[in-house]
Write a protein that binds this ligand. Structure first.
Ligand code: HEC
Length: 74
């Protein structure tokens, strides 16, 4: 969603969101877990990842739920 400032998750997490370098695997992780991580990036409790924190802020609640559901299905 470039218009909203959201970069492609795959640009860091790997083409198949299988994980790449310091970016962990997202594919197949449980939706609720992924959603919780997006939330804690947003509220600053998980603060060691400035980039994903910035990305998380561009997602509204519906978009966060949708991307977490999609990633679980991968
Ligand atoms: C510029 C690189 C970059 C982009 C773009 C990016 N991420 Fe990340 N992401 C990271 C890094 C690095 C980490 C590891 C953070 C840490 O060490 O805690 C991470 C961690 C995560 C985690 C935690 C995974 C776990 O197992 O705890 C989730 C969930 C996540 N990203 C989702 C996303 C989503 C969804 C998008 C796209 C909307 C996205 N990321 C885009 C770099 C990125």
């Amino acid at each position: 969603m470039p218009d909203q400032g959201t970069p492609a998750c795959a640009s860091c997490h790997g083409a198949q969101v299988q994980g790449a370098g310091t970016s962990p695997r997202l594919a197949g992780q449980p939706q609720e877990y992924l959603l919780r991580q997006i939330e804690v990036f947003k509220n600053g409790t998980r603060g060691n990842a400035p980039v994903t924190t910035a990305v998380a802020h561009t997602l509204n609640a519906d978009q966060a739920r949708a991307v977490a559901a999609y990633l679980q299905s991968r």
